[in-house]
Design a protein around this ligand. Structure first.
Ligand code: DUC
Ligand code: ZN
Ligand code: ZN
Length: 479
């Protein structure tokens, strides 16, 4: 399929331009002020007058097919990528889950290739997952980066496979040598254990105690520690995932003032939902069956914070301290979440969101005048593509780039609801939220895969993306 988009406003991270755009064989072939209608009758003509055309969204934090020990997430690489496409995302980089204790990096990679192949409807890659450190893992990292195209790795400071400081240093040093980006889930494990035991000993197991036993300081301490460890490891660049609080944000700001390459991601849930969700006993649709059910929907780590932190995060987005907005999409059904009726500690952590990111940031960010449309494109597409070795093939509207394009109608009003979503979770965390502007068409490598909220693509269209090592310009911080 080839497409001619007429009368569009093409938006990149640094420019907006009124022009026509022609795709051929999955690539953007031509951009010009007025492209003549081609003789070829197979070219579909789309009039995009009054709409924005942006490079397809790049969500660098999803968890599809993940087994979190107490539950298996409900979205696989088919349902999760259909949902992504319907929300204007055309590339994901999935955080692989943990494999058996002691397994190699390649073990998980092969499992995830098998999960995604034949299922994904948009292009995809994976972050490596570091569950332990030894000589063989450090050795294996090289072939992961150079041969497999996996140029970023995630490590955890909490959960079952947390690394201690010496292991973190070994990982940072090695990944830095290989020009790979280290992503970190920063929460102080010991502090959480202490606080959790305390609330549970008091018999306090309602959803709100999930948040109260993982306060902002637990996350901020781990952010600060990572910043210092990265310096000790020879100025290794780091990427902080799902930043949810203002204290950690301040540490990142200070690191930037020293020129340190610390990149931060936040997520729509931390910008638009707050801690009061855990105390709610009624949802949008009236009384819940059990007093905990509404709060359980929002059990995730780190948890939702209060409005102070929410405002700080918006400030960080607006002033550029935060580089990307991703989702941490980790979807469960209410039946799975209800395990937490016996206590928050039994509720699988995570929420759906891959379909909501682009529209939510457009509406809350651009339409509410917090960020420019170009800055929005930078946050949801260009900067994630650059940091994770996908640019300029992804994250850019230019001749020669992949024709991954999303058309947004700024006049379209949508009230978010589970009924409109395409994933397998049976609730939407943003139920009832009114958005101004919405994606009306998604193209993946020139194929129209979503028209007006209807998925028209096919499983297996998505290709694995062999990613480049970290670009030299991201070895230090420069705005
Ligand atoms: N937190 C994570 O760190 N991963 C998956 C879901 C969640 O809530
Ligand atoms: Zn995490
Ligand atoms: Zn995650």
């Amino acid at each position: 399929m080839n497409v001619l988009i007429k009368n569009a406003t093409l938006v990149n991270a640094d420019t907006s331009e009124r022009a026509d755009l022609l795709t051929r064989d999955g690539i953007i072939e031509r951009i010009a002020p007025n492209i003549e209608l081609p003789e070829d009758p197979s070219v579909e003509i789309i009039n995009a007058a009054g709409h924005y055309v942006i490079p397809g969204g790049v969500d660098v934090h999803t968890h599809l097919n993940i087994d979190v020990g107490i539950a298996q997430s409900c979205d696989d690489f088919y349902s999760g990528t259909v949902s992504a496409a319907c929300g204007g995302t055309t590339t994901i980089v999935d955080h692989m889950g943990f494999g058996p204790a002691g397994c190699s990096l390649h073990h998980q990679l092969e499992r995830y290739h098998a999960f995604a192949r034949d299922k994904a409807v948009i292009d995809y890659s994976f972050h490596g997952t570091i569950q332990h450190i030894d000589d063989s893992i450090l050795e294996e990292m090289e072939s992961m980066v150079l041969e497999e195209g996996i140029s970023s790795f995630k490590l955890y400071l909490t959960y079952g496979y947390k690394l201690d400081d010496s292991q973190v240093l070994a990982a940072l040093e090695r990944l830095n040598q290989l020009n790979a980006l280290t992503c970190v889930h920063p929460e102080n494990d010991g502090a959480i254990r202490f606080l959790k035991e305390k609330v549970l000993a008091q018999g306090s197991n309602a959803p709100i105690y999930h948040a109260l036993s993982r306060p902002p300081e637990c996350e901020a301490e781990a952010v600060g520690r990572m910043i210092n460890l990265a310096t000790l490891a020879g100025d290794a660049p780091i990427y902080i995932v799902h930043l949810s609080n203002g204290i950690g944000l301040e540490y990142i700001r200070q690191a930037h003032q020293r020129g340190q390459a610390v990149f931060a991601e936040t997520c729509p849930q931390y910008l638009s939902l707050d801690i009061n969700k855990y105390n709610s006993s009624t949802g949008e649709n009236g009384a819940a069956e059990h007093p905990y059910d509404e709060g359980l929907k929002y059990i995730m780590s780190p948890p939702l914070r209060d409005s102070y932190h929410q405002n700080q995060l918006w400030q960080g987005v607006m002033d550029g301290t935060i580089s990307t907005v991703a989702t941490d999409h980790c979807a469960f059904t209410m039946a799975q979440k209800r395990a937490g009726r016996d206590g928050f500690q039994y509720c699988p952590n995570g929420i759906p969101g891959v379909e909501n990111r682009v529209p939510l940031l457009f509406s809350e960010g651009v339409m509410k005048d917090r960020i420019s449309i170009n800055h929005f494109v930078e946050l949801v597409s260009t900067r994630p593509a650059q940091l994770f070795g996908l640019y300029p093939r992804k994250g850019l509207i230019a001749e020669g780039a992949d024709a991954d394009l999303v058309i947004i109608d700024p006049k379209r009003e949508v009230t978010l609801s589970q009924r409109l979503m395409h994933g397998r979770s049976d609730y939407c965390p943003y139920e009832g939220m009114k958005l101004q502007g919405y994606p009306i068409m998604t193209l993946s490598r020139g194929e129209i895969i979503v028209r007006d909220g209807h998925f028209t693509g096919k499983p297996g269209h998505g290709q694995f993306l062999h990613r480049q090592p970290l670009n030299e310009c991201f070895r230090y911080w420069e705005k």
